[in-house]
Design a protein around this ligand. Structure first.
Ligand code: ATP
Ligand code: MG
Length: 357
């Protein structure tokens, strides 16, 4: 018998408290339908963990995560945290501690929800641990400093290993999709930093003769995403370019509520994390669009199915996918940000209703 999948539930803050339970309810129901054994592990994180455990990322949570196959992380409202050593933003620690170097962010258009283009189906693979947002304990201390009141220096870290790792993740993904990989950079200006990223992308290309490889300069990419997003399959890029381009891509297909993500690394563990933040402006109203979080959860199970050789998890993910598509097609069920009349609960119920074997 296949061992139960060990999955963490980290609600996060604000709308996380609404969209994470919705995602777990859907995954639980799909797992039951397909006979997939899952051990669920709710773990404290964020503002509520600060109150209950005195830390936004308690040591108990970190220790428990190390025993899991993956987890669902809700958005974190770290900007509202009080200042102090126990009120840290957990994101960079989680990504770095578990070597989650690739952030896989799909963008797909669905009918009638206000997409700017039909037929978009692309994935941005964003480097997760380097760039202008390197982890504090990586190579540099603070990545920004001010030698005098007039001047600020911002440091951008690019490493060969980091570049090669994220490029390989993107090549592998392209191979499973339409076999087209575009690497995005600006080596015309950042000859050393982007230059190194480009060198590593080029170096891997001969290992993937079945993948069509091309490159686009980041400013051109910003324009082309608006004009002809259908011409891309997998896009790989450095941290900040990926951050900006993936929000742009979300804007093409209905906004941040439509922007899921999965953080992956060397294959041991994965973290489902929507691209959007904790949206405190709409928290507690029951109107947040759970799609991004639900779809991130679906991606986690699909990834686990393949990496753990667990066909039930692949089927679970496929049935979630069909149910999500059906719920998005129902204007009474889907949320207001994507031209719906529904709310978090109606969307969740519609996905649950549409789950089939
Ligand atoms: P962060 O720095 O954490 O990325 P942000 O400043 O980008 O945060 P978000 O919290 O992502 O801000 O949200 C920006 C706005 O987008 C929110 O105020 C909210 O109105 C909208 N939004 C984000 N996520 C959702 C969602 N799931 N459903 C509906 N609206 C959302
Ligand atoms: Mg943001």
């Amino acid at each position: 018998m296949t061992a139960p999948l060990r999955i963490g539930i980290l609600d996060g803050d604000d709308i996380g408290l609404e969209i994470v339970p919705a995602s777990v309810a859907i995954a639980r129901a799909a797992a039951e339908l397909h006979g997939v054994a899952i051990d669920w592990h709710p773990l404290p994180v964020g503002a509520r963990a600060l109150e209950s455990h005195g830390h936004t990322l308690p040591p108990e949570t970190m220790a428990a995560l190390k025993t899991l196959d993956g987890w669902i992380l809700g958005p974190i409202g770290h900007r509202a945290y009080p200042k102090g050593p126990n009120a840290i933003n957990p994101h960079p620690i989680l990504r770095k501690s578990f070597n989650l170097f690739a952030n896989v962010r799909p963008t797909r258009s669905y009918p009638d929800i206000g997409c700017l283009h039909d037929g978009v189906d692309l994935v941005i693979v964003r480097e997760n641990n380097e760039g202008f947002q390197p982890d504090r304990n990586m190579l540099v201390g603070n990545a920004e400093f001010r030698p005098n009141d007039e001047v600020t220096l911002s440091m951008r870290v690019i490493t060969r290993t980091g570049s090669r790792s994220v490029a390989r993740a993107a090549f592998e993904l392209a191979r499973q999709r339409r076999k087209h990989l575009t690497y995005v950079h600006k080596d015309t200006v950042f000859k050393l930093g982007c230059g190194m990223f480009v060198e590593e992308c080029k170096r891997l290309a001969p290992e993937y003769p079945d993948v069509l490889v091309d490159d686009v300069i980041v400013d051109t990419m910003a324009m082309r995403l608006v004009r002809d997003p259908q011409s891309f399959d997998v896009i790989v890029t450095t941290n900040m370019f990926g951050d900006i381009l993936s929000d742009e891509a979300a804007g093409l297909v209905g906004g941040l509520g439509m922007a899921p993500g999965l953080c992956i690394g060397d294959g041991n563990i994965a973290m489902a994390q929507a691209t959007h933040g904790s949206a405190p402006d709409i928290a507690g109203k029951g109107i947040a669009n759970p799609y991004a979080m639900v779809e991130s959860t679906r991606m986690l199970f699909d990834w686990l199915g393949h990496s753990r050789d667990n066909p039930g998890a692949v089927r679970l993910a496929a049935s979630m996918s069909r149910a999500i598509t059906a719920a998005l097609a129902d204007p009474q069920a889907r949320t207001g940000d994507i031209r719906g009349k529904g709310n978090t609960a109606t969307f969740t119920q519609a996905v649950l209703r549409n789950l089939t074997k």
